[in-house]
Ligand binder design. Structure first.
Ligand SMILES: CC(C)(COP(=O)(O)OP(=O)(O)OC[C@H]1O[C@@H](n2cnc3c(N)ncnc32)[C@H](O)[C@@H]1OP(=O)(O)O)[C@@H](O)C(=O)NCCC(=O)NCCS
Length: 161
């Protein structure tokens, strides 16, 4: 599997992978409202393909705001069911986090299962609120610089800049 940034021609294939891997109606999730009419952060959108070019997994990332603080909203991330459990999800997540740090971002957040994301260092963000209906236990963050989530509280909003 090789990782590389997603290109325009990958878009619909990645969409199909997300459709396969998530429950129907995934775009009704509140996290998608933060992505409406906002372009993803290009270098943080990655695809993993095997030597035959078959898509095994993909990850995207969007900018969001909590008050004046900017963050990366990690996801969607998905691995094809035939390739799950081989470490590809971890590879995609770590690669996005590393690239976000390289680009100078201070913090990453996501909505997901804490037992999975804890292994990458994500912790609950009790003071950060996603648009409803989101289970607050699933709102997780990772500081890319020491203390980057300290004192950050409030509603997550679209970053339209
Ligand atoms: C979640 C997902 C991206 C993980 O990708 P993956 O390549 O299978 O993950 P990895 O191989 O890096 O890690 C596998 C490990 O994570 C665990 N894991 C996977 N999903 C988990 C979850 N939701 N909660 C807890 N643990 C989870 C597996 O049990 C496995 O554990 P092990 O290392 O102890 O065996 C993939 O399962 C997927 O696409 N799922 C459907 C879409 C989805 O839920 N995306 C995430 C939205 S929050």
């Amino acid at each position: 599997m090789k990782l590389r940034p997603e290109r325009d021609e990958d878009w619909w294939e990645v969409e199909a992978l997300f459709d396969l891997c998530f429950a129907p109606g995934r775009e009704a999730l509140s996290s998608y409202r933060l992505r409406d009419d906002v372009p993803p952060v290009g270098p943080l959108c990655l695809v993993a393909r095997d030597d035959d070019g078959i898509l095994g997994g993909a990850i995207r990332g969007w900018p969001v705001r909590i008050g004046a603080a900017r963050a990366i909203l990690l996801g969607p991330v998905a691995v094809h069911p035939t390739r799950q459990g081989e470490g590809l999800g971890g590879l995609l997540i770590r690669a996005q986090v590393a690239e976000a740090a390289r680009q100078g971002w201070d913090r990453v957040m996501l909505v997901g299962d804490a037992p999975y994301y804890a292994r990458f260092g994500f912790e609950r963000l009790p003071d950060v609120r996603m648009p409803p209906p989101t289970n607050p236990d699933r709102v997780l963050g990772l500081a890319l610089k020491p203390g980057a989530w300290s004192g950050i509280a409030g509603q997550v909003e679209r970053d339209k800049d």
